[in-house]
Design a protein around this ligand. Structure first.
Ligand SMILES: CC/C=C\C/C=C\C/C=C/C=C/CC(=O)SCCNC(=O)CCNC(=O)[C@H](O)C(C)(C)COP(=O)(O)OP(=O)(O)OC[C@H]1O[C@@H](n2cnc3c(N)ncnc32)[C@H](O)[C@@H]1OP(=O)(O)O
Length: 311
């Protein structure tokens, strides 16, 4: 009964044949997994378990059928910034892997070493209509819900810079391995006159603790790999060329733990935040729309863009 979580239907099957079924039934009743919960969706994977329907090649996926480990490579040159298309592709890829019965783990990395992800595409929130930024933000929320709420072992193989939205992706994973060297990671939103939303701030607090997170968020700190390791913002460092191999080794260790117990434990600790965002989704969208379209914020974004271009 412990071997796999394959979605709600399989859980029900496992429960009905298991001697300890009552315990699990009680657990699921108690936690009442919501409509977006990975554990509640019925899997619709293809026969060979490898259907990745993204119409563009901004997200590349490969899966080792034997181990069930998928590698998701962000491929949006030059810096993997998260525009609308990228957010949709990532979400659809995470959901398809979630529903792929033979998939047990996901490694998230960049196709282009040296930049893991430059965060949100700033152009998506610059001089755009309120409706456009609202839709953009919802795409980010949905992508995050699918990654943070995943039943899979999720590992960030951070093979380069990882500011803002790059850090968001990393924090949504279960474990973070980062390239040694001059690369940086952090939530630098305040430097753009933006405020990270509550669900992102909370993941930072959960990972590095209240005091360090509060300080990091206020000053919009970007940390080097070494400092990030010291703070616990990443779990391990590796030479850039070894990040993927080290991630694969680490995943294999995690896969020694029975999937069901691991996934239920993860969900139990993440459910409150997942539920909170689901409940406050519209409020969060409105705040983002109102904040980002404010003229003073638009001017800050413009200045930030100019600084980036002039670099
Ligand atoms: C409910 C909430 C309520 C209210 C809250 C309101 C707002 C909240 C939230 C917003 C959250 C925002 C999170 C974000 O992710 S904002 C994005 C922040 N990202 C950054 O600050 C990173 C900026 N980029 C860099 O520092 C560097 O590019 C780098 C270190 C990642 C890589 O350096 P390189 O030297 O390799 O590359 P560059 O020459 O700098 O860049 C190449 C090219 O790409 C452009 N670019 C870089 N980053 C972005 C980006 N994030 N978006 C768009 N474009 C980007 C850069 O300008 C260059 O363009 P050109 O070739 O010069 O045209």
């Amino acid at each position: 009964m412990y071997s796999f979580i394959l979605g709600n239907e399989s859980i029900k099957m496992a429960l009905s044949v298991s001697a300890g079924g009552r315990v699990w039934r009680k657990f699921f009743k108690t936690f009442n997994f919501g409509p977006n919960s990975a554990l509640k969706r019925f899997p619709t994977c293809t026969a060979n378990g490898r259907l990745y329907s993204s119409s563009s090649d901004n997200v590349l996926v490969s899966k080792d059928e034997k181990s069930g480990i998928a590698t998701v490579r962000m491929n949006n040159p030059p810096v993997n910034s998260l525009n609308s298309a990228m957010l949709v592709s990532l979400r659809s890829c995470f959901e398809e892997l979630e529903n792929d019965k033979s998939c047990r783990a996901l490694i998230l990395t960049s196709q282009k070493p040296k930049v893991f992800c430059a965060g949100l595409d700033i152009l998506e929130i610059y001089r755009k209509s309120p409706d456009y930024v609202a839709q953009f933000w919802e795409k980010l929320q949905d992508m995050w819900l699918s990654l943070y709420g995943s039943r899979l072992v999720t590992m960030a193989a951070i093979n380069g810079h990882s500011p803002a939205g790059g850090c968001l992706l990393s924090l949504a994973c279960d474990y973070r391995i980062m390239a040694e060297g001059k690369f940086t990671i952090g939530l630098n939103e305040t430097q753009l006159d933006l405020v990270a939303p509550f669900w992102l701030r909370q993941t930072m607090v959960d990972v590095i603790g209240y005091r360090q997170a509060e300080m990091a968020l206020m000053i919009g700190a970007l940390y080097t790999s070494n400092k990030a390791l010291q703070l616990g913002l990443v779990d391990k460092l590796a030479p850039i060329e070894d990040v993927q191999t080290v991630a694969e080794e680490e995943v294999k260790n995690w896969l020694k733990i029975p999937d069901q117990a691991r996934a239920i434990t993860k969900m139990a600790s993440r459910k409150p935040l997942l539920d909170e965002l689901r409940k406050r989704k519209q409020e969060d969208i409105q705040t983002f729309r109102d904040e980002t379209t404010r003229e003073s914020v638009q001017i800050s974004i413009q200045q930030y863009l100019e600084k980036l271009k002039a670099k």
